[in-house]
Design a protein around this ligand. Structure first.
Ligand SMILES: *Cc1c(COP(=O)(O)O)cnc(C)c1O
Length: 539
């Protein structure tokens, strides 16, 4: 069968279209700097709500993804197998269980941290690792030596992406993975989760600097002709479309669980998402466009609030707050480091669709062209002038789907505290982070940003069901959790520590220290040398 429009992809900036799923997964970023999106958002079969209600997480993922991946590209049995293997490693039979955090207020928590590295990023990166492997095996069938395609995955991380990417890619043939992390700025557990993986294809680079320095190096490598000529670079951050796609599943899965929960009263539904790069909540927006009956998606930001400011400042998307002095600090360090960003890359994908839906070209093709032009000029202004403003029709379209809340550092800590003393969910499993003595629930700081935002939304919309996404296990962020709960009766950190975190510090480690002052070219040469060495080791 020929691919449908939703199984073909274009760049938000217009230079590429008609691409296959495999092209966009392996390429990551479009050549014009844009992000890949499906040419159309699919609609689901009319009976999905009844027919799909009892599907397993994996089967639901398969039904949803089939809309975006042509069978001629990945046959159904293969796609099922990729999905099944990706989630077999999860620590919970439901993969992403929904917990009644505060039944009286219809507040539900979607636990997304039951994957290998205990962060929601596992949902996408376990799957992406298996996709890379699938495409490589197929491309390299019958080939030997230099004819084989070898991928070099490079990613920068403040902690969660790195460990989840390493976990998803370790031991995969024809694929090396390099993770740059800022030495001393990840949490100790996150660092150990990365450097205790000693597979030959995993390369940890500890950089003296900040996360932004790491990210700048990765961008420079992707833009470098020498690197591209000699190595096929691949991306694991959320610009990769496969990550967004994998995350759509749990929005539907959560909805089905909600409908089965005893407290469900058919009231409306709002979904609250702690956001940084806008990848997670964008998957929610796709789910909503496909027919998920959510009334609003609520963006929860920390003090790095570009998304919140967009909604509060009439559609101005600016790196710095309007009126801020030119030398204002860039990224703030907060208790929720995975959300410490200056700009949210995936917002570009949303803007494209909103521009497409609101512009007045006479044909779909014309509207598509206009949307690409709009997005290109906005993103150029972001680069050259530090920001842009969208037309009011685009802002209104965004407001019809989204609300936003900004949560301060202090509020993050007080939310962890209040939740511990007031929330005793009864339907949570053994692997939920609760105190065994009191049953008080322990939030990680990112999840706490979402819960603080949920509390405000509930005040304005009493009775409405809220599903708040839990993006990490609290044991990954011991400092913030201890700051909130240290000394509290009934709290002990060791009680919430997952088994697989115990004894990590005693394991063998493998990491390359990048000396202070190393240029990006220096890092490039190091990457090339390590790949060569790895490949020689195989021959
Ligand atoms: C990555 C991450 C986020 C932010 O997700 P985005 O898709 O970048 O918006 C939130 N919480 C945790 C724990 C994360 O690791």
């Amino acid at each position: 069968m020929a691919p449908t429009l939703s199984q073909k992809y274009l760049s938000t900036r217009g230079a590429e279209y008609g691409l296959s799923f495999e092209d966009v997964v392996l390429q990551g970023l479009a050549k014009d700097g844009g992000l890949f999106i499906p040419e159309e958002i699919p609609s689901l079969p009319a009976s999905w709500e009844t027919e799909w209600a009892d599907l397993s997480f994996e089967e639901l993922a398969f039904r949803l993804q089939s809309n975006f991946i042509s069978e001629s590209e990945i046959p159904s049995d293969d796609l099922r197998d990729i999905i099944n293997r990706s989630y077999a490693t999860f620590h919970h039979p439901q993969r992403t269980p929904l917990v009644d955090l505060d039944g009286k207020n219809n507040l539900h928590l979607l636990e997304l941290f039951h994957g290998q590295t205990r962060a929601f990023k596992d949902v996408a990166l376990a799957y992406l690792g298996n996709l890379f492997e699938y495409f490589l095996v197929r491309k390299n069938e019958g080939k030997t030596g230099k004819d084989r395609l070898h991928l070099t995955v490079v990613g920068a991380t403040s902690g969660d992406t790195g460990s989840a990417a390493i976990s998803g890619l370790r031991g995969k043939k024809d694929c090396s993975v390099f993770i740059l992390f800022p030495e001393g700025r990840t949490s100790p557990i996150q660092r150990l989760q990365m450097i205790t993986v000693c597979d030959a294809n995993v390369h940890n680079l500890a950089v003296q600097g900040t996360f932004d320095n790491c990210q700048d190096t990765v961008k420079a490598l992707f833009a470098d002709p020498k690197m591209n000529a000699e190595h096929h670079l691949a991306a694991v951050n959320s610009i990769n479309w496969a990550r967004i796609l994998a995350q759509i599943t749990y929005y539907f899965y959560a909805y089905f669980q909600l409908k089965k929960s005893p407290g469900y009263n058919k009231e409306k539904l709002r979904i609250v998402v702690p956001s940084g790069n806008f990848g997670d909540i964008l998957a929610g927006w796709f789910a909503k466009q496909m027919g998920l009956p959510a009334d609003k998606l609520v963006i929860a930001t920390n003090e790095n609030d570009i998304l919140d400011r967009f909604f509060r400042n009439d559609g101005h998307y600016t790196k710095k707050a309007l009126g801020a002095p030119a030398d204002a600090e860039d990224v703030k360090e907060t208790h929720s480091p995975a959300m410490d960003i200056l700009v949210s890359s995936n917002f570009e994908r949303l803007l494209w669709f909103l521009a497409y839906q609101t512009n007045n070209g006479s044909t779909a093709e014309e509207r598509r062209g206009h949307a690409c032009e709009n997005v290109s000029s906005w993103l150029n202004d972001l680069k050259s002038k530090g920001g842009f403003q969208v037309p009011s029709a685009v802002l209104e379209a965004a407001k019809a789907e989204f609300e936003s809340e900004r949560v301060s550092n202090d509020e993050t800590i007080s939310t962890i505290r209040e939740t511990f003393s007031s929330c005793f969910p009864t339907n949570s499993g053994e692997s939920s982070p609760k105190s065994s003595k009191t049953g008080g629930y322990v939030l990680d700081p990112h999840t706490a940003v979402g819960i603080a935002a949920s509390r405000r939304s509930i005040q304005r919309n009493p009775g409405v069901h809220h599903i708040s996404l839990s993006t990490a296990h609290p044991a990954k962020f011991a400092d913030a959790v201890d700051l909130a709960l240290g000394g509290k009766e009934g709290y002990s950190f060791s009680e919430i520590l997952p088994e697989d975190f115990i004894g990590l510090e005693k394991r063998e480690t493998r990491v390359t220290d990048v000396p202070a002052g190393t240029t990006w070219e220096g890092i490039r040469d190091l990457v090339i040398a390590e790949v060569d060495q790895e490949l020689q080791g195989q021959r």
